[in-house]
Structures are given as C-alpha cells and as structure tokens.
Design a protein around this ligand. Structure first.
Ligand code: NDP
Length: 399
C-alpha cells in the first residue's frame, strides 16, 4: 500500500465554497490537436467544484482509501519544519500543483528513499529537480494539455489589458475618478502591432490562433518549426532565435517551459534588444525573466508593461519587486487553475495514479522523466538539469 502526499493551496479565506456562480461546465470532447481528455475509470467529484485547495483534495481521497492507500494533504510546504518535509520521509508518491509548488529539490529527494512518482497536477514540472529525479529513477508525470487553453485565454486577457491600459482605468473608476486623460495616455490599439511568442507548443500555438482575428503581425520562435501549412494559415513569421524575434515585436508572450536553456532568458541584455515600450507577458515561469531586470526596464520605459501570473519562488515573498513595480498586470499563479482546468487535471491525476497502481503504462504524452531519463513530453520540451535553485526563499512568504 502506498502513501500519497499531496500539496495543495490553502482553502478560500472564508472557507470551502458552499455554492458557485455557474451550474455547469461546457463538455469538451478532445483537445485541439485531437488528444483525448483524461480517461480515469471514474471520478468522485462534481465537475466545476474547487478541487485544487486542501479541502478539495483533487477529489482523490475516496479512490485512494478504497484501494487501501493513505492520503496526506497539506498546504504547509516550505521551510525545514514544514508538514511536507516531515511527511516526505516515507511517501511513495508526491502530487503538487505548479500554482503552489512543492519544490522537490535534490536535498528533499535525498531524504525521501521511498519516493517513486512525482505527479504535477497541471503542466510544468520545473519545481522538481529533474536531474535528481533522473538520477534517483523517480518517474515525473504531468497532465499535458489540461490547462494549455486556459493559459492561452489568460495571455490574451493580459495582452489586451496592458496594451489598452485596462487596470489603471478600472482603478480610476473604483477610486471615484473620471480623468480620461490619465487613463488614455498609456492606451493603444493592438491592431497592426507585431506580436511574437517564445515557443509555439500547445499554449503558444493556441495564443497565435486566438490573436489572428485581431489583425496583428504574428511571429514565433521555437526549437522545432511548425508545419508549413500552419505557418501559412496563420501568416506566421518564424525567427530562428529569441534575439531575432524580440527586435521586431511590440508584444512578446513567453510560452516555453522552464529548464536550464530558458532560465533567465529575459535578462537585461535580452530586454535591451526589445523595442522601446514593448509589452512583455509571461505566463510560463517566473524564473525565465530576470526579476530585477524586469523591474528596472519598467522604471526606465524600456518596457511599457509587464504581466503574467508566474513568479519565483511561489508564493512570492511580500517584498517581491513584481508586486510593486510600475505598469504591471500581475496576478497570483491562477491562469491554469480555473474551475474548468481543475476538473481536467484532477481527472488526469487520477488517470496517472490508476495506471501506476494497475501496472499499466502512463500515457507517453504525460511523461517528463521515466527510466532515468527525460521521456515523452519531457524529452521533447525540456533539457536535462535543475531549475529549483533558490526555491527555499518561498518560506519567507509566511514568515
Ligand atoms: P508544450 O510542451 O506544448 O510547449 C512547450 C514549447 O516550448 C515546445 O514547443 C518547446 O519546443 C518549446 N521550447 C522548449 N524550450 C525552448 C527553447 N529553449 N526555446 C524555444 N522554445 C522552446 O507545453 P505547453 O504549451 O502546454 O506549456 C508550456 C509551459 O507553460 C509549461 O511548461 C509551463 O511552464 C507553462 N504553463 C503555465 C501555466 C500557468 O498556469 N501559468 C499552466 C500550464 C503551463 P519543442 O518541443 O519544439 O522543442
């Protein structure tokens, strides 16, 4: 029997919801590329309820306990005396969401001799030291595609809200004001701008598709080029490097995973190559952008706006400069955790667990690390190494 340790974000401050604003969710058959939705044998939750917080338990307790496994759920994940650290010692499976990541560093992996499987309930397994997982023969899996479209919608929202200066204008209303000039001095139309994505994977391509009707110039860079029909259909300009692309873009959106090749990619030099007054939207991972370089570029006017929902570490310390820098449109890490997305990644997590316990293969597209090497989606999109360094700073949020 296995011990499953699940790290989830805190419940709402007013307690677990008793009702929701809507009665149902749209029923989707497939993801846009034809990949099937998660296929567990059953689910023990109502689609549309809050699953990603401690009381939501990803809807897993009944399933796990019926099979004789134990489930420990906690939000206390940072610092040496955290519940996560204590419970990890004899856990076989760790489940964590990128929104409230349980950083599985080399040190923690060394203290978890029974650990065999790390599941990301979501997409993006950079909170696991993938190098240490490979060396320790730990399988790492995520629920590929579960929230890619959720994020692409968030990206569009953030591009429009930055370019059109939505947030300060909203604040003007809430504060009882009506100074149109204050609102529009930084407000533009997106139409005609050049918009580029770093990576055209599931999210990046969905962003490009959603931007097409806005009559913008569309650009992308990626390690693998899209099929020529897709490039023609969307009238895309391909750039062989990020450097090439950012020079010509008014808006840049980052949609690649965090791994050693992309860590600190948007440093002072890269931001310096962007057009003056460009907008940068990062919903991929905080560490892809240099924290201080972004804040300085907003101050100097090199960037006209920065938005995203990803930080490093998470939760971000109260004095993280991105909370207070000018012209930002940051949210906490929420884009991939809509109620719609939670339904899919909770079901996908259960699918992975069922495969694991029944000795069936986990879908190749869900795998990041298996058999001591990058596998499946991980082999395509990541590079070997570790991106968790510095994550211990997350303990400062509560402290
Ligand atoms: P995909 O695997 O479909 O796409 C990732 C793309 O990034 C691939 O096309 C890959 O290229 C490309 N890529 C990898 N390294 C580089 C590089 N060095 N330069 C250029 N391109 C690169 O994943 P998704 O689109 O679904 O998700 C992407 C990332 O978004 C996740 O890894 C995660 O970090 C983040 N995310 C954030 C969420 C949120 O809530 N904010 C939720 C979901 C994801 P190729 O495979 O061609 O080598």
């Amino acid at each position: 029997m296995s011990k499953v340790l699940c790290v989830l974000y805190d419940d709402p401050v007013d307690g677990y919801p008793k009702s929701y604003p809507r009665n149902d969710l749209p029923k989707l058959k497939n993801y846009p590329n034809g990949q099937t939705m998660p296929t567990p044998s059953a689910i023990d939750f109502e689609p549309g309820v809050l699953l990603g917080c401690v009381s939501g338990e990803l809807g897993l307790r009944k399933f796990l306990e019926d099979r004789g496994h134990s489930l420990v759920v906690t939000s206390d994940k940072d610092g040496a005396n955290s519940a996560f650290d204590r419970e990890l010692a004899d856990a076989e499976i760790v489940i964590s969401q990128p929104f409230w990541p349980a950083y599985l560093t080399e040190e923690r992996i060394a203290k978890a001799p029974n650990l065999k499987l790390a599941i990301t309930a979501g997409i993006g397994s950079d909170h696991v030291d993938l190098q240490a997982a490979m060396e320790g023969n730990i399988t790492v899996a995520e629920v590929t595609f579960c929230n890619s479209i959720s994020v692409s919608e968030h990206v569009l929202m953030m591009i429009l809200s930055l370019v059109r200066n939505y947030i300060p204008s909203y604040q003007q209303v809430v504060a009882g004001g009506w100074n149109i000039a204050d609102c529009v001095t930084r407000s533009y139309d997106l139409e005609g701008m050049q918009v580029g994505t770093v990576a055209a994977g599931r999210i990046g391509l969905a962003v490009l598709r959603r931007l097409k009707p806005f009559d913008v110039g569309l650009h992308y860079t990626d390690r693998h080029r899209l099929p020529v029909e897709t490039e023609r259909e969307l009238n895309l300009t391909y750039h062989p490097s990020v450097e090439d692309m950012v020079r010509v873009c008014d808006v840049v959106t980052i949609n690649c995973p965090l791994h050693p090749q992309t860590e600190n990619l948007f440093d002072e030099a890269m931001i310096g190559r962007m057009k003056r007054g460009a907008f940068l939207v990062n919903t991929a991972r905080g560490k892809i952008c240099n924290r201080d370089a972004v804040a300085r570029a907003l101050e100097s006017g090199q960037l006209a706006g920065y938005a995203g929902d990803v930080w490093f570490p998470q939760p971000a310390p109260k004095d993280h400069p991105w909370r207070s820098m000018s012209h930002h449109g940051m949210t906490p890490h929420i884009s991939g955790s809509s109620l719609s997305a939670q339904t899919r990644y909770a079901a996908g997590t259960r699918e992975i667990l069922e495969c694991w316990f029944d000795g069936r293969p986990i879908r190749d597209e869900y795998l990041i690390v298996a058999g001591g090497r990058l596998a499946g989606a991980g082999a395509h999109s990541y590079s070997p190494g570790d991106a968790t360094k510095g994550s211990d700073e997350a303990a400062r949020f509560r402290g």
